[in-house]
Write a protein that binds this ligand. Structure first.
Ligand code: GAR
Length: 216
């Protein structure tokens, strides 16, 4: 069984889907700690309900960014965390944490990277007018949403989509692919070669076209 450390800034619905996956046995993993940078994050309530330890670590209480992230790394290591999960953690992670957990930090992003990185990926995609968007789980490197891609889910996008409507469609898939990516890790099926993630036993999937071609 692997130990997870989850970092979240907000509602924590991804955190919830991961906790649920550990409790149902889908994931052979346990969440050892939830760390948040926001005292008002609803993720804290979710952690309490599941008796998961919560740590509120606010950047402004630390002298600088490096100290903040090395403190987080220390807290994770103290608890024997194997894999760090960024579940709606709205910050670019600093190198002291990345160095300690290289290729052992996963982030979920609400767009098909490398399109629409940064904040409000759903709004960026809706405003651009793409026909397909989705979400991406990737390993974290020093850049903003630039690390090697593990898994992506595509959803259709429509001309009248808003950040909210598209975001809701994407979020539903986030809750599926994030636990799956963690499962691949825990089964030892992931390795990284340069920019590419190799998945042991990977299968092929079919094409996704939006709008569909059956228009007659
Ligand atoms: C999710 O949509 C996640 O992809 C996004 O924040 C949301 C958090 O929701 N993350 C980012 O935009 C990171 N750049 P949640 O708190 O309900 O899991």
């Amino acid at each position: 069984m692997i130990k997870l450390g989850v970092l979240a800034s907000g509602s924590g619905s991804n955190f919830q889907s991961i906790v649920d996956s550990t409790e149902s046995g889908y994931l052979d993993a346990r969440v050892a700690v939830l760390i948040t940078d926001k005292p008002e994050a609803y993720a804290i309530e979710r952690a309490k309900k599941h008796e998961i330890e919560q740590l509120v670590l606010i950047p402004k209480n630390f002298p600088d960014r490096d100290t903040y992230y090395s403190h987080i790394a220390d807290e994770l290591k103290k608890r024997g965390v194997d894999l760090v999960i960024l579940a709606g953690f709205m910050r670019v992670v600093g190198s002291p944490l990345i160095d300690q957990y290289r290729e052992r930090i996963m982030n979920i992003h609400p767009a098909l990277l490398p399109s629409f990185p940064g904040l409000h990926g759903q709004k960026q995609a809706a405003d651009y007018g793409v026909r397909i968007s989705g979400c991406t789980v990737h390993f974290v490197d020093e850049g903003m949403d630039t690390g090697p891609v593990i898994i992506q889910a595509a959803v259709p996008a429509y001309h009248d989509d808003t950040e909210e409507s598209l975001g809701k469609r994407i979020l539903k898939q986030e809750h599926k692919i994030f636990p799956y990516a963690i499962r691949l890790f825990s089964e030892g099926r992931l390795s990284v070669e340069g920019r590419k993630v190799i998945i042991k036993g990977e299968r092929e999937d079919s094409v996704i076209i939006n709008p569909p071609l059956d228009m007659d």
